[in-house]
Design a protein around this ligand. Structure first.
Ligand code: ATP
Length: 322
């Protein structure tokens, strides 16, 4: 690798809220078709990818001997895998297979090129905010640049779709209408900035578990996202608050009944609208202004394990390199 080559990449990836989530029927492969409006929020994870050891000076051809080392810090407990099960590592491995990096047989050479991938978590885990998907997207973007793999955004999105339904959205960020299992996305026109209070619960809900409960206690709906899309087009926070909709909320509340009281507490605190985010159990409340969001967050502090204020949309993955 020549002088001035990039050896460190940092990518900040935002989590998301589903402003609208409609669940259609179950497909033959067991997945549900959905219609969803997704928007990034300003709660970020950070992926740091850096070349180490021989990797810093190695010729690009030596990348096929590359090894990967992974570490995590931040707001984590035992629920975030620190091994190959982590979605950031699965994304890295998928890119390695696609671009030929690290595909040579393992040697005992002490001086092999190493890529160190470090994840700092802030997005709540198994909370319906696409944290794992954001990390997968961040890893794909960071390593594609670090290894000069030169996949374009379309190719990255295709790879992303194999890793999880929300990963293609996380590659692009912003606001999108998602259909199919969620992997087909189209950017949506939005105006304005929205202020949120995010109510985080230590309990987690797995997405498959929530869909199973949905099949038991609810059923396919034909609610359309038009009111949400119209509110976003005009930047009307009050209309957006009234239009927020999530078909999975009934299932999340079925599994964690006290979510209903917490949602009510958000409305009592003055929210323009409140709902379970994605498959939950995070609850999000829309506030009219930043001041309202701060006041509501203070009032709701004792109702949740962690309360944050955030704004949306939060753009897409942001990359810094040296
Ligand atoms: P979605 O909103 O996309 O349904 P989620 O926010 O509910 O996802 P995640 O935070 O992505 O859920 O975590 C789901 C599970 O994935 C966790 O329980 C965890 O075991 C596993 N996981 C793998 N990689 C990660 C990661 N990088 N961050 C968080 N969880 C991860």
């Amino acid at each position: 690798m020549g002088d001035g080559a990039v050896t460190h990449i940092r990518v900040r990836v935002p989590g998301k809220v589903n402003l609208f989530l409609g669940v259609r029927g179950v497909r033959a492969d067991g997945y549900h078709d959905i219609v969803s409006v997704l928007q990034t929020v300003s709660i970020h994870d950070t992926i740091l990818a850096r070349l180490d050891g021989k990797a810093v000076s190695a010729h690009p051809a030596a990348r096929r001997f590359m090894e990967l080392a992974f570490t995590v810090d931040g707001v984590v407990d035992g629920s975030v895998p620190v091994n190959g099960d982590n979605l950031a590592v699965r994304a890295a491995r998928a890119l390695m297979a696609e671009s030929g990096v690290g595909t040579a047989p393992h040697t005992d050479d002490q001086d092999v090129p190493i890529t160190r991938l470090h994840l700092t978590k802030r997005i709540p885990v198994a909370a319906g905010m696409a944290g794992g998907s954001a990390d997968a997207a961040g890893a794909l973007i960071a390593l594609n640049r670090l290894w000069e793999s030169e996949l374009d955004r379309g190719e990255l999105r295709d790879l992303a779709g194999l890793l999880g339904a929300d990963v293609p959205f996380c590659i692009m960020g912003g606001t999108a209408l998602a259909t199919g299992t969620g992997t087909s996305t189209a950017q949506v026109l939005t105006r304005g900035v929205y202020h949120w209070v995010v109510g985080i619960t230590d309990r987690s809900l797995s997405t498959p578990e929530v869909y199973r409960a949905f099949d038991e206690v609810s059923g396919p709906s034909d609610v359309e996202p038009d009111a949400v899309l119209q509110a976003l087009r005009t930047g009307d926070a009050e209309a957006l608050g009234a239009a927020l909709h999530n078909d999975l909320e009934v299932a999340a509340v079925h599994l964690l009944p006290d979510l209903a009281e917490r949602r009510q507490a958000m409305l009592d605190a003055g929210a323009l609208g409140a709902m379970v985010s994605g498959s939950g159990p995070t609850l999000v409340a829309l506030a009219a202004t930043a001041q309202d969001a701060n006041a509501m967050a203070e009032r709701l502090a004792s109702d949740f394990d962690r309360v944050e204020v955030a704004i949306s949309p939060a753009g897409g993955p942001e990359l810094a390199q040296r």
